[in-house]
Design a protein around this ligand. Structure first.
Ligand code: ADP
Ligand code: ASP
Ligand code: MG
Length: 246
């Protein structure tokens, strides 16, 4: 039995049907006896929609309030996924970032995770529940809601995996792994079975958004077993490796 942290990006939870597919996948894995923590992003397009709404009222929305607003995208998805899980008989609970004490600094819009209290999550797992956590968000020491920057749900997933000492962190997205370059731009790009954390960091720093750069830094620091896979097709995706393991 393993403890697995899975993260599903916006496209993977972009409609009720897709959320249901994710729920079925999660329930199947739990049925095999694994402990599961599932991090979700906002449904695709939702974060942009919320930014547009704020900008319709203020060309430079106050950063604190923008974070309060943007955090609702992920809050919607955790509730929907948990509802879908309960519907198919899989006990689950949803939590916002601040509810599972993802403590960050107070740099609104680009906050850094300082600390996570894993106790609450472990308690739920012990009760046999799947724990569904909102990606991309936390709270500062005064309880103000913060967000982690675009693509920040990747970092939530990796940070939770590090804090929980998970056996694997699986990042489910709309491509079946890491390619030599963006496969949507360069059709000849090749999928890699493995990539070192250093190479991945370089790719992220050159602007590839497949993983948020901070999630790669985090993974390297804590040697989090990390894999990028497709939520739409079977396959073993791409494993991120660390020098010592090679
Ligand atoms: P999610 O919503 O699941 O977080 P993102 O859109 O943030 O997904 O990241 C996945 C996208 O990253 C892919 O659709 C792909 O176009 C892009 N991408 C950029 N560089 C790469 C790469 N080297 N390998 C794979 N995907 C890449
Ligand atoms: N919803 C946020 C974004 O669109 C975070 C994420 O998807 O990782 O950037
Ligand atoms: Mg992303």
């Amino acid at each position: 039995m393993a403890l697995i942290v899975q993260k599903y990006g916006g496209t993977s939870v972009g409609s009720p049907e897709r959320i249901q597919t994710v729920a079925e996948k999660v329930a199947r894995l739990r049925g095999q006896g694994h402990d599961l923590v599932v991090v979700v992003s906002a449904m695709s397009g939702e974060t942009d929609r919320l930014i547009k709404l704020a900008k319709a009222l203020h060309s430079e929305p106050p950063a604190r309030e923008l974070d309060v607003l943007l955090a609702t995208g992920e809050q919607t998805t955790i509730a929907l996924l948990t509802i879908a899980l309960e519907k198919i008989g899989c006990p689950a609970r949803s939590y916002t970032g601040s509810q599972v004490h993802i403590r960050t600094d107070n740099a609104y819009g680009k906050a850094r995770i300082l600390d996570i209290d894993a106790a609450r999550i472990h308690a739920d797992l012990k009760q046999g529940r799947v724990v569904v956590v909102a990606g991309f968000q936390g709270a500062d020491e005064d309880g103000n809601i913060t967000t982690l920057g675009r693509g920040g749900s990747d970092t939530t997933g990796v940070a939770l995996a590090a804090a929980l000492k998970a056996d694997e962190c699986q990042i489910y997205t709309d491509v079946d792994g890491i390619y030599t370059t963006d496969p949507r731009v360069v059709p000849e790009a090749r999928r890699l079975d493995k990539i070192t954390a250093e190479e991945m960091l370089e790719m992220a720093s050159l602007g590839s958004k497949v993983l948020q750069i901070r999630s790669v830094e985090f993974a390297g620091k804590y040697k989090v077993p990390l894999r990028v896979l497709s939520s739409f097709e079977e396959g073993s995706g791409t494993l991120i490796t660390y020098e010592e393991n090679d």
